[in-house]
Design a protein around this ligand. Structure first.
Ligand SMILES: O=C(O)CCC(=O)C(=O)O
Ligand SMILES: [Mn+2]
Length: 198
């Protein structure tokens, strides 16, 4: 099946949205399954010397059984479930990338979010392809250029796939801002190809 792709970045990397990546029913089933089967964690983060809990729940999955260092915190690796593997395989096919890891985020409602950052950890390699699948509530995803300040806003609906590639992690930061308007939960799967023994 040929999916329609929409490009969002004007320069310095790509962000491609496949709006109808998963059908509505499949996305809803995957949401329920992943919500119920996951062993959710809520790691602490230190921002400007203050230690707080991350405003979302998450899990880290890696086929090589390796942990993941994120904001200085080592995450334990969990296995890929059947649903997660199936979605990962579809992402791998579209992007031609052998994803071996996934970070799953669970935004309980609009009061959960993720602040400005880029997925530029060393283990992702210099120009990583990141496949980001959304399930559940629609949330706005913002990308801001580090030098020009140009900001792009993308609505991530249930079943959509956003692929960030090229120099996007070098030149752009991204966030899912907290909002009072959203009351429903959302799950986001970000597939990555982590380099071994980096
Ligand atoms: O929830 C999202 O759409 C983005 C999550 C994200 O940026 C991350 O996990 O690095
Ligand atoms: Mn990210």
């Amino acid at each position: 099946m040929q999916l329609t792709a929409q490009q969002f970045l004007p320069f310095d990397g790509t962000a491609t949205l496949y709006h109808d990546f998963l059908d509505t029913q499949f996305a809803m089933r995957a949401f329920n399954q992943i919500r119920d089967e996951s062993q959710w964690e809520q790691p602490e983060i230190t921002i400007f010397g203050n230690t707080v809990l991350e405003p979302r729940l998450s899990t880290w999955h890696n086929e090589l059984g390796e942990g993941y260092k994120y904001s200085g915190v080592m995450r334990r690796a969990q296995p890929f479930s059947k649903t997660l593997s199936e979605i990962r395989d579809r992402c791998a096919e579209i992007t031609n990338t052998p994803f071996n890891s996934a970070l799953i985020n669970f935004y309980r409602n609009g009061q959960d979010g993720v602040g400005w950052h880029s997925d530029n950890e060393a283990c992702n390699g210099p120009e990583p392809t990141i496949a980001s699948v959304s399930l559940g509530a629609t949330r706005r995803f913002d990308m801001r250029h580090r030098k020009t300040g140009e900001t792009i806003k993308i609505q991530l609906e249930s079943g959509s796939l956003l692929v960030m590639a090229g120099k996007s992690q070098q030149y752009w930061v991204h966030q899912v801002a907290k909002t009072k308007r959203v009351h429903e939960p959302r799950i986001n799967l970000t597939f990555r190809c982590v380099i071994e023994n980096f």
